[in-house]
Design a protein around this ligand. Structure first.
Ligand SMILES: [Zn+2]
Length: 292
């Protein structure tokens, strides 16, 4: 398989196309090896173009997916028996100290390095060789850190950026969805639930006559699903003597239907524009992270 690195990502080349993966995926995927069908399916999906051609048998004019996944499952079991998950975890630790572990030598010698911008080459399906290749390329590019994913609790190698996302890009235990995606969905559900409760509560107050339509409209104008404060807190700050609300986090008990307002979430018009630029920065850093 011809491989290269472009824009800090791994590019797998094959006749008729290419696929791109985060640069540190191969080593992190080996560290998380486990006997789970969902994990074999994840490997099948992520390295579709990388598996050896003779694993692709035909069935009724299409690829026999079951046979292919069985090959991957057998190969992953061999890697686990050779304790490659431990070997690559130790190598990842060494990489945080800017060292390449000598135990990687048998995999290192499988790589063919070509001069200039030509693609390098590793044997098809040899994920350990691919992991060594990408580890070396990552060491050339940036400082690395080994962190424990807060969800699956399996360490993973990532960058030392202060704003990095600690949730890993591998499937969560027993699932096909990644830890990062599951965390994002949970956050959304929590935020959405609290927002809905506050919205319903204010409409109930409007119905009872303890809140005017103007007050509700004013709150709605400044509070959105992404960034909001409970009505009473927002009102207190709007009517403070200076008229300006602080840009620091305000924590409110969850059972009052409130959430922790994000830093700088509401404020003066200047604060609003800061919010916009911060969320732009956030989305840029998210896309940067996903390319890693
Ligand atoms: Zn994880």
């Amino acid at each position: 398989m011809d491989i290269n690195v472009a824009r800090h990502a791994l590019v797998l080349h094959q006749p008729g196309g290419e696929s791109v993966r985060p640069l540190l995926s191969p080593i992190n995927d080996l560290i998380a090896l486990r006997p789970e069908t969902t994990y074999d399916l994840y490997l099948y999906d992520q390295y579709w173009t990388f598996w050896p051609a003779d694993w692709f048998e035909q069935l009724d004019g299409d690829v026999n997916v079951e046979k292919l996944v069985n090959h991957i499952s057998d190969q992953a079991a061999r890697w686990r028996r050779r304790r490659y998950h431990k070997l690559f975890l130790a190598a990842a630790q060494d990489a945080t100290e800017r060292k390449l572990s000598a135990s990687l030598a048998p995999h290192l010698e499988k790589i063919r390095w070509l001069p200039g911008n030509q693609d390098d080459n590793v044997p098809d399906g040899d994920l350990p060789a691919l992991a060594v290749y990408t580890l070396i390329r990552a060491l050339e590019l940036r400082p690395l850190d080994l962190v424990e994913c807060p969800r699956c609790r399996i360490p993973w190698l990532t960058t030392t950026d202060a704003d990095r996302n600690p949730f890993c890009l591998r499937p969560s235990l027993g699932q096909l969805t990644t830890c990062r995606q599951l965390h994002k969905e949970e956050q959304f559900r929590t935020r959405h639930g609290d927002w809905r409760r506050e919205y319903k509560r204010l409409h109930e107050r409007l119905r009872r006559g303890s809140l005017s339509e103007t007050e509700l409209m004013a709150w709605r104008a400044e509070n959105t699903l992404e960034s909001w404060q409970p009505f009473e807190l927002w009102q207190t700050q709007t009517s403070s003597p200076t008229g300006a609300r602080p840009r620091t986090a305000q924590k409110v008990a969850p059972d009052s239907g409130a959430v922790t307002a994000q830093k700088g979430a509401t404020a003066t018009r200047a604060g609003q524009s800061q919010k916009t630029s911060r969320s732009k920065r956030q989305s840029t850093s998210d896309s940067k992270e996903s390319a890693k």
